[in-house]
Design a protein around this ligand. Structure first.
Ligand code: FRU
Length: 484
C-alpha cells in the first residue's frame, strides 16, 4: 500500500522525501535494517498544520525513492501526542521485545512530556506500545530521546533534550526500560537563545588522523545564525557517562553549525547504518514560517541524505562535514552542459537549466578565483525572479540571497541572505548544487559547508549565469545534469 508522491503540484519535490499529504516536521526513528532505510517523521495526517502529532513512516532501499505507509506507524494515546524520538535494533533482546526488534523511544506529549517505548518485531510494519510506559518522567519539559548501544560500556545510552533548561541529559540502561541519569551537558554553552531539541551523539574518525571524536548534535529553535531553527553541534570526548567538549585556544567552547541555510532543522542520524556510515537527514524548513509556505497537499520536505565526517579546519578546530550521500550519484541523468574550463568576468556567461523536470538538476563546478573578488552564480527565470550565490575568496565565505527568488511574502522572515564560511584548504572552491522544485542545497568543498534554502519561484528557474568582479575567474568541470 504505497503511493507515488511525484508530479502532483509545482512545488512538490521530485527527489526529496515528502509526506503523501498533510503536515510533516522532524525526521524520527531513523534506522537501517536488512537493506531497508526506515524514515519515520512527525506527521499530522489530518491537516496541513502542526496538530495531532503521530509518526508517519516511509521506507527506502536507496535513500532516494521512498515507499509511504498510508497509516501512521505510531498514533496518539492517553499519554498524549507522539513527539520526536529514535529507534535502535535490539540485537541481544535486552528489552525482551524479541531478538533484532526495532525498539523505539519517543516523547509522549500530554499535560507533560514523558518518554515512552514502542517496538516492532515485523520490520516496522506494525509498532506495539510498551504497557509499562512511560519509562522516564522528569519535572520539567524533556523530549526527543535519542538512544544507542555503547559497545564500550555495554549499555544503552540515551541523550534527552532538557528543552527549556538548554541542556542535554545523558542516561544509561541495561534494558531500555530502567534508565539512570548520569550527567547533564550544555548549561551556558553554545547558543542558548532558543529551546534545545532533537539531540544525537556519535563517534567518528577525524579525516587524515588516527584520532576519533564524538559529535553532539543539538538542534535549537530559535537562535539559528539567520533567525529561527538551526542545528548546532559540539565536538568532544565521551567516556560513556559524560560529554567533555573541545575548547578553543582561549578556553571557550565554540558554537558550530551543521548547515548555513535557513531550512535545515531537527537533523539526526540513522542508527545501525552499514559500513560505519553516519547518514543524517533533516527537516527542510524553519519554525518561523513552516506553517505558511505556499505548498498544497503537503507541508515540508526533508533534506537530501548526507554523510557526516570530521575534518580539522585551518584554525585547528575539528568540524563536521556533511557530504551528499553516495546514492545521490545515481540520480544523475544527461549532462546538458559539460564544459572543461571557461573564464568568467564582468560580462555574465549563461547556461540553460534542463527543462525536463521543470529545472530540477544538479550543478557541479570547480572555481579558481585567481585575483577576482566575488564570483557570482545567479539562477533566474524570465519573470526576473532570481537566486544569487556569491563566493568571496578574500573573506572565504559564500552567500545565498533569496530575497527576489519568487514568492517570498508569506512571512517577513522568509526573504533572507545566508552566509557560510567555505572551509577551503586554499582559495579554490568545488561545488555541488542540488535544485529541486522548491529547494536548493549547496554543498561546498566535499560537504565542508552546506547551505539549505527553500525557494518558491512562480515559474522554474531556466538560466545559470556566471560572472566575476575584478578580473576573470576560472570555472572548471562545469556540468549541469538532469535528474533521472
Ligand atoms: C522539534 C520539535 C521537537 C518535538 C517535535 C514536536 O522541531 O519541537 O522538540 O518533539 O518538534 O512535533
Amino acid at each position: 500500500d504505497t503511493i507515488d508522491t511525484t508530479n502532483r503540484e509545482k512545488y512538490r519535490p521530485i527527489y526529496h522525501h515528502t509526506p503523501i499529504y498533510g503536515w510533516m516536521n522532524d525526521p524520527n526513528g531513523m534506522v537501517y535494517k536488512d537493506g531497508v532505510w526506515h524514515l519515520c517523521y512527525q506527521w499530522n495526517p489530518y491537516g496541513s498544520k502542526w496538530q495531532n502529532l503521530s509518526w508517519g513512516q516511509s521506507t527506502s532501499r536507496d535513500l532516494i525513492h521512498w515507499d509511504h505507509q498510508l497509516n501512521p506507524a505510531v498514533e496518539p494515546d492517553g499519554l498524549g501526542m507522539i513527539f520526536s524520538g529514535s529507534s535502535a535494533i535490539d540485537t541481544a533482546n535486552s528489552a525482551g521485545f524479541g531478538k533484532d526488534a526495532i525498539v523505539t523511544m519517543y516523547t509522549s506529549a500530554g499535560t507533560s512530556q514523558i518518554q515512552s517505548l514502542a517496538w516492532s518485531d515485523d520490520n516496522g510494519a506494525t509498532y506495539n506500545k510498551y504497557p509499562g510506559n512511560p519509562v522516564i518522567t522528569l519535572e520539567s519539559e524533556a523530549r526527543d530521546p535519542n538512544m544507542f548501544w555503547n559497545d564500550e560500556t555495554k549499555l544503552w545510552t540515551l541523550v534527552l533534550a532538557h528543552a527549556l533548561d538548554h541542556e542535554m541529559l545523558i542516561f544509561t540502561s541495561p534494558d531500555m526500560k530502567e534508565w539512570t541519569l548520569k550527567s547533564a551537558f550544555g548549561k551556558g554553552l553554545g547558543s542558548q537563545d532558543g529551546v534545545w531539541e532533537c539531540p544525537d551523539l556519535f563517534e567518528l574518525p577525524v579525516e587524515g588522523s588516527d584520532e576519533s571524536k564524538w559529535v553532539l548534535l543539538c538542534n535549537i529553535n530559535p537562535g539559528g545564525p539567520f533567525g529561527g531553527s538551526a542545528t548546532q553541534y559540539f565536538i568532544g570526548d565521551f567516556d560513556g557517562t559524560t560529554f567533555a567538549p573541545d575548547r578553543d585556544a582561549s578556553g571557550n567552547v565554540p558554537t558550530k553549525w551543521m548547515d548555513y541555510g535557513k531550512d535545515h532543522y531537527a537533523t539526526v542520524s540513522f542508527s545501525n547504518a552499514p559500513d560505519n556510515r553516519r547518514t543524517v537527514i533533516g527537516w527542510m524548513s524553519n519554525w518561523q514560517y513552516a506553517a505558511e509556505v505556499p505548498t498544497m497537499q503537503f507541508r515540508s520536505a526533508n533534506t537530501l541524505p548526507r554523510e557526516v565526517g570530521l575534518f580539522k579546519g585551518n584554525d585547528g578546530q575539528i568540524y563536521a562535514s556533511s557530504a551528499p550521500s553516495p546514492e545521490l550519484l545515481s540520480l544523475r541523468g544527461k549532462a546538458v552542459t559539460d564544459v572543461k574550463s571557461i573564464k568568467a568576468g564582468t560580462k555574465a556567461r549563461n547556461y540553460n537549466l534542463p527543462s525536463v523536470n521543470d529545472g530540477a538538476c544538479e550543478i557541479v563546478m570547480d572555481i579558481e578565483p585567481g585575483r577576482t573578488s566575488d564570483v557570482t552564480l545567479t539562477l533566474s527565470n524570465h519573470k526576473g525572479e532570481k537566486v544569487m550565490m556569491a563566493y568571496n575568496p578574500v573573506e572565504e565565505t559564500m552567500s545565498f540571497d533569496r530575497r527576489e527568488s519568487g514568492v517570498t511574502d508569506f512571512s517577513q522572515d522568509f526573504p533572507a541572505v545566508t552566509v557560510s564560511p567555505t572551509f577551503g584548504k586554499d582559495s579554490r572552491l568545488s561545488l555541488r548544487i542540488f535544485i529541486d522544485r522548491s529547494s536548493i542545497e549547496v554543498f561546498g568543498n566535499d560537504g565542508r559547508f552546506v547551505m539549505t534554502n527553500l525557494v518558491f519561484p512562480t515559474t522554474p528557474y531556466t538560466t545559470l549565469s556566471l560572472s566575476a568582479d575584478n578580473g576573470k575567474a576560472k570555472i572548471n568541470n562545469l556540468k549541469i545534469y538532469t535528474i533521472k
